[in-house]
Design a protein. Structure first.
Length: 68
């Protein structure tokens, strides 16, 4: 008998599930911790955007910006 294939979770699926959670089930401390985690994730995502934009700007400077 074959082992069942491991289920792959789609990109961003856990985030989608997290934002659908019923916040009424959380206490104040849990909600504050959740906010801290989300704020650090926003900062991490913003830093990645900044890195990507800097990389793109460097490439455009080196090779010239293509047609828009």
């Amino acid at each position: 008998m074959e082992e069942p294939a491991e289920v792959r979770i789609g990109r961003g699926q856990r985030l989608i599930e997290a934002v659908r959670e019923d916040l009424e089930l959380f206490g104040v401390a849990e909600l504050e911790e959740r906010i801290e985690i989300l704020q650090s994730e926003v900062a991490r995502a913003q830093a990645q955007i900044d890195r990507k934009r800097a990389g793109r700007a460097a490439a455009d400077a080196l090779f010239g910006a293509g047609p828009s």
